[in-house]
Design a protein around this ligand. Structure first.
Ligand code: ARG
Length: 563
């Protein structure tokens, strides 16, 4: 509805010679404080400068240009400097509910991506290390962005690009040879690898470690075999976490897979005159673009993170012919990606323009410090997840003391995911945020469980209404809370589109919360079962449930009928 109003205003303003961008118009549209003033209002003050006229005069002129109100409107009036739009509320409610119930899980799709492919790289943890909390953020946001792209009609390739190559593996190999044990490795791989890494990460071992990494890059059999074992065991561990989070990838790739391609990249860079020698190392100088100097090959001949990213991007483009490639990676790598994209462009790859670094801020602890270690200890992802699940269990048992064990397991798992995912996604991704499980898991306030709870409440109403009769439900005179809910439901498609355009799931997260809140207000002021408008209200509840489900689905959150 709002979109339509924007278009009407856009056309009118154009005719008046005051062309204004859609975004600009949208910024000014308000919801009037009282119902008698219409459903949407457009104040004309900001146009006064541009049109050199007083705002009330402008409002009258715009009104004149609009002419007869289109079908969906009951009336369009001016009041001082405002233009007030009155929707034909009954018609809007009827058409919208019908549409939602017909389109179901497809309601809200824009289909802008038809026939196009998007590669989304996310999560990308480093093997032989605990799955870090920073990677959790990439996992949650990347998962949601993949879903949003898919919803808008793109075909999506989800790639997990493991950090499985680099000088740190020299340290690990040396460490394992010196301090490792096969038995401990099998028993608790990540913990053991972490221990030997700490022991080997010392100045005195630097030279030897470097030699081990060189061996690995040259394909030494022993080095490769050990490395393979580290990778395999780490991946098994990570997969446990992905399973807990309900997250899937189409491809597990990794930095290790581009050794051949990297040689080609080096050659190509050289041929194009981009490589410079610097103290025995090879670099690409990007100073004229204010991007510093990118190190491509170290003086000992080993390659680097950036080189691998060049090779992997080129390979992916060849393989997937993507129309866009998204890297969901922390903010601290901003310069790295700008360098990589710039070098690709200088190499003549026009598609470099379609590569985007979607960044995110840090998780902080309750005291505002970086959430990485607690009391000096490494925090294991699995522990965090299990702690959240057990908190969820407590909350559920408070409400349903007699719940079966199986039901409890299932529900607490879903609640825990909703708590963590929503707790993250409600924030603008570029900002730092406090990772506070106790707050996330609360059933009240701006939380995932609160939203799930309102879904379950709607389900319970529908269960109680035994006869969800078909047939035309009479809307009667619409109650303010009913119309508020209808209007919010109607916003869903444009919220998803905006969220796609900004690659920002927080818009959908915030929408979900507002929708749940409006539903709860509706539910408190409008009895459903037994009311004269039972049939209409039931269809409204059903439509609400569908839209909330679609919305949460885009965040990676599954709903449940009872909670
Ligand atoms: N493994 C890297 C890290 O943990 C992130 C990889 C990001 N992706 C990329 N294509 N560079 O820092």
């Amino acid at each position: 509805m709002k979109q339509q109003i924007i278009e009407i205003l856009e056309n009118a303003l154009k005719e008046m010679g005051a062309e204004t961008e859609k975004e600009e118009i949208e910024k000014h549209i308000e919801i009037p404080p009282s119902f008698e003033m219409g459903d949407y209002a457009f104040p004309c003050f900001f146009l006064a400068g541009k049109l050199r006229e007083n705002p009330s005069q402008i409002a009258l002129k715009i009104r004149e240009k609009i002419g007869n109100p289109p079908e969906q409107f009951e009336d369009i009036q001016t009041s001082g400097a405002y233009i007030n739009f009155f929707l034909d509320r009954k018609k809007l409610a009827q058409n919208l509910i019908l549409k939602i119930l017909k389109e179901k899980e497809n309601f809200g799709k824009a289909n802008i991506g038809k026939g196009k492919r998007i590669v989304v790289e996310f999560s990308s943890p480093n093997i032989a290390k605990p799955f870090g909390i920073g990677h959790l953020r990439s996992t949650i946001i990347g998962n949601s962005i993949s879903k949003i792209c898919e919803f808008e009609g793109f075909s999506v390739i989800r790639i997990n690009y493991l950090g499985d190559w680099g000088t740190q593996f020299g340290k690990l190999l040396l460490g394992f040879k010196k301090f490792g044990s096969k038995k401990s490795l099998e028993k608790n791989p990540i913990k053991h690898l972490l221990e030997i890494y700490v022991k080997a990460n010392k100045k005195i071992y630097e030279k030897q470690s470097r030699e081990w990494f060189k061996k690995l890059e040259e394909g030494d059999k022993e080095a490769l075999e050990l490395w393979k074992k580290f990778r395999e065991l780490s991946l098994k561990d990570f997969e446990k976490i992905y399973k807990l989070l309900n997250i899937k990838f189409d491809v597990y790739s990794g930095e290790s897979m581009y050794n051949e391609e990297m040689k080609k990249v080096l050659k190509e860079l050289d041929e194009k005159g981009l490589l410079k020698k610097s103290d025995g190392a090879l670099v690409v100088n990007l100073e004229e673009y204010n991007l510093g100097v990118a190190l491509i090959q170290k003086s000992d001949g080993t390659t680097l993170y950036a080189t691998r990213d060049l090779a992997s991007a080129i390979e992916r483009h060849k393989k997937y012919k993507f129309s866009r490639m998204i890297y969901e990676v922390g903010q601290e790598q901003k310069l790295h990606f700008r360098q990589v994209f710039k070098i690709l462009e200088l190499m003549g790859h026009g598609w470099a323009k379609e590569c985007v670094h979607v960044d995110h801020g840090l998780y902080l602890d309750e005291t505002g410090k970086k959430f990485a270690t607690r009391k000096g200890k490494t925090i294991f992802m699995e522990d965090i997840l299990n702690e959240t699940i057990s908190l969820a269990k407590k909350e559920i048992q408070k409400r349903f003391p007699k719940i079966s064990k199986k039901e409890l397991e299932e529900r607490s798992h879903k609640v825990a995911i909703a708590a963590i995912f929503y707790g993250d996604l409600k924030n603008n991704r570029s900002n730092n945020m406090v990772f506070d499980i106790k707050r996330f898991i609360s059933f009240e306030g701006d939380t995932g469980p609160y939203i799930l709870y309102s879904y379950a409440r709607a389900s319970s109403i529908l269960r109680k209404a035994k006869s969800l009769k078909k047939g035309k439900a009479e809307t009667g005179e619409l109650d303010p809370k009913e119309i508020e809910l209808v209007k919010k439901l109607s916003e869903f498609p444009s919220v998803v589109l905006k969220s796609y355009n900004a690659l920002n799931p927080s818009l959908i997260a915030n929408y979900s919360y507002q929708l749940a809140q409006i539903f709860n207000e509706f539910y408190h002021s409008c009895p459903v079962i037994g009311s004269k408008k039972e049939l209409f209200r039931l269809s409204l509840v059903q439509a609400f449930r569908q839209v909330l489900k679609n919305s949460l689905g885009l965040l990676g959150i599954e709903t449940m009928e009872e909670m």
